[in-house]
Design a protein around this ligand. Structure first.
Ligand code: NAP
Length: 309
């Protein structure tokens, strides 16, 4: 199937383009970006022109920041194209619901991708936790914003989500591996006094069976980067490390083996999208985004030092 890639920024270049090139299911037929082009691929700056010129493009994959994404997604669906959304799937929950309805009304596939769910050890962690009693779960997501988001002003603007941009990856794993739904009960958001979005956040969740569930996100980490989820159960402790790439049970690494034949988060996302189209499906799991929305609604804001890139 032919696809168009919209928003040629960091993630498009780092992950989408190599994953599409390596896929035998997808062919990159066009790109849209106001500044970026790709050698040998039709490049556009106007989306209507792209859609009108390429009626054979079946799917549009959107790698823009969340705020401008809705208009592109809606336009693509109205033009009869399937749509794949980078995380987070939109700037607001209401616009995500509107996209779901548009896809349903037009008989098209729509996929809210959560790349961290495709990390190697997430499926085995989910299977291991399924028959255990959870006592506590602690997320620690600490990274250096200057290293991962250099000069990306949109993350500091309303809708950019700040530290929840990576934090939502952790929440996408938590909502995938826990057998029951949790909801936010308390949050503190550290917001630089010259910015609109948090640089750090502490979250506490209600768990229906009484487990203590918490998350710490921090973008001020220098040195070692930490993306860890530790789940203590009645039958041992499971730790996901490096954002789900590694797993330990009671301190023993690789006690659990994954059987996924396709390697890499983004190749799996593109394979999932092809499978979704083949069965006429829609996959819009908005639970990670609900937690972020709730934190932004419920969170107590604390002003912290200004942030300069
Ligand atoms: P980025 O480097 O800033 O790239 C986004 C691209 O979107 C820009 O190059 C820009 O290209 C285009 N764009 C920005 N604002 C636009 C607007 N108002 N209208 C049209 N196009 C616009 O950001 P990114 O890191 O690739 O992130 C994009 C999305 O991927 C985000 O939702 C992010 O959460 C997600 N993501 C990022 C990473 C990562 O490590 N960076 C990892 C996973 C997921 P032009 O200016 O050329 O149009």
């Amino acid at each position: 199937m032919k696809l168009a890639l919209v928003g040629i920024g960091k993630i498009a270049v780092d992950q989408h383009i190599p994953s599409i090139a390596a896929s035998d299911q997808w062919e990159l037929a066009a790109t849209l970006s106001r500044h970026g082009t790709l050698d040998g691929i039709d490049s556009y700056t106007d989306f209507d022109t792209l859609l009108n010129t390429h009626p054979d493009i079946a799917m549009v994959s959107l790698c823009l920041p969340p705020v401008p994404r809705f208009e592109y997604a809606a336009k693509a669906l109205k033009a009869g194209r399937h749509v794949m959304l980078e995380k987070p799937p939109g700037a607001t929950l209401a616009e995500c619901h509107a996209l779901t309805k548009l896809a349903q009304d037009n008989g098209l596939s729509l996929y809210a991708t959560w790349h961290s769910r495709e990390a190697d050890k997430v499926a085995v962690a989910k299977a291991w936790l399924a028959d255990k009693t959870l006592l506590s779960l602690k997320v620690t997501w600490k990274e250096d914003v200057r290293r991962w988001h250099p000069n990306q002003d949109w993350i500091w603007e309303p809708g950019g989500m700040g530290v929840f941009d990576p934090g939502i990856n952790a929440l996408s794993i938590v909502t995938e591996i826990l057998p029951v739904d949790i909801h936010l009960r308390d949050a503190t958001l550290m917001v630089p006094e010259n910015r609109q979005t948090p640089i750090a956040a502490n979250l506490a969740f209600y768990h229906p069976r009484g487990a203590e569930v918490s998350a710490t996100f921090d973008w001020r980490q220098v040195g070692d980067q930490i993306w860890t989820i530790e789940a203590v159960t009645d039958q041992g402790t499971l730790t996901l490390l490096d954002g789900g790439a590694r797993i330990m049970v009671d301190g023993r690494e690789d006690a659990l083996v994954d059987n996924n034949p396709l390697s890499g988060e983004y190749p799996r996302l593109y394979a999932n999208m092809a499978a979704l189209i083949a069965c006429g499906g829609i996959d819009m799991d908005l639970r990670p985004m609900v937690h972020v929305s709730d934190a932004l609604a419920l969170g107590r804001r604390v002003a912290v030092d200004p942030f300069h890139d």
